[in-house]
Design a protein around this ligand. Sequence first.
Ligand code: TXA
Ligand code: MG
Length: 322
Amino acid sequence: MSAPARYAPIKPANDPAVIEEAAAILKAGGLVAMPTETVYGLAADAGNADAVARLYAAKGRPRFNPLIAHVAGPNMAWRLAGWPDLADQLAETFWPGPLTLVLPKRPDAPIADIANAGLDSIALRAPRHTAAQALIRAFDGALVAPSANPSGAISPTTAAHVADGLGDRIDLILDGGACPVGLESTVIALLGGAPTLLRPGGLARRQIEAITGRLAEAGSSETLLAPGMMKSHYAPNAMMRLNAMAAEAGELLLGFGPVEGDLNLSTSSDLAEAATGLFAALRALDARGATRIAVAPIPNEGLGEAINDRLQRAAAPKDDLF
Ligand code: TXA
Ligand code: MG
C-alpha cells in the first residue's frame, strides 16, 4: 500500500462502486473509515498483521488493547470463535446490532494475533448499518474496526468527525451520515464462566439480561477485565463536572430534560436521543472554546448506564489511565 493521500477522500457510502473501491483498498492492506449504527469504525483486514499494525499506529492505540472483528453474521462468526448456545440466542435476537460478544478464539481463525492483542479470546460483532454490512460482504471476510478516532479522544458519529481526527493518516472515509445509536456497542464475555458485562453500550443491559439472566460485572474476576477500559477515555479538551443542576462561573452546561443548559441532550428526557447526540454535543461545546463543561444528571437506567459510563471516563483526569 502506498502512503495515503494527505487527506483521505470522503465518499458516499450508499454508492456500490465506492463500496467496491473500499473493499479493494482493504484487500491491499489499507485503512477505511466506515459508518456503523453505533459510531464510525476504522476498518482493516483482520487477517493482515501489517494492516492491523498500521491501524494501531494511526490511532496511537496501545497494542495491548484488542480490537473487535466485524462479521456479517453468525455464519462468519462461528468460523472464528467457539460458539456456545447462548451466543446463538443472543445473535439471533440482537444481531445485526450494537452487541459485541467476546468468545474463545478458534486456533485456526484467520485473524492476525496483533488484532486481539495475543489473547486466546476474540470480540465479534455484526453491525446493523447497511454500509458496514455491504463492505464486509464485498470484502468477504472479517474487518477489525475500533472507533475511528485518535486513541483517548471522543468517538466519531459523523464522517466530518473522522476527517478531523484521522483524515491525514487513513485512505478513505465512507460517509453514511450521522450514526443512529451514537454510543459504542455493549461488550459481553462468554468465556465459559458467568456471562460478564465488559462495557455498557448501545444495547441496554436489561435487554441482554432477559436472555442471559443477571450479567456478572467486569472486575469481579481478574481474568475478565476488558483490556481497553481505561478510566480516561472519550475526553474532550475541557474539564468536566457531572451531576450539575446549573452552570457555575466559566462553565458551559450540557443539559438534559428540565435542566436546560447551553445545549440540551433531550428536552423530553429521552435517553436514546441523548445517546445519539452525546459525542457530537461534547465536540460542539469543545469547539465553542469551553474550558469547563458541566453536565446535568442522567438517570442510570436503560441507555443511561452507558451514557454515564462515557461521561465518567470523559471526566477522569487524563493521566489516569487505569
Ligand atoms: O460499537 C463499537 O463497538 C465500535 C464500532 C466501530 O463497531 N467499535 C469500538 O471498538 O468501540 P473499540 O476498539 O473502540 O472498543 C473495543 C472494546 C475495547 O474496550 C476492547 O478492550 C474490548 O472491546 N475488547 C476487544 N477484544 C476483547 C477481548 N478479546 N477481550 C476483552 N475485551 C475485548
Ligand atoms: Mg474506542
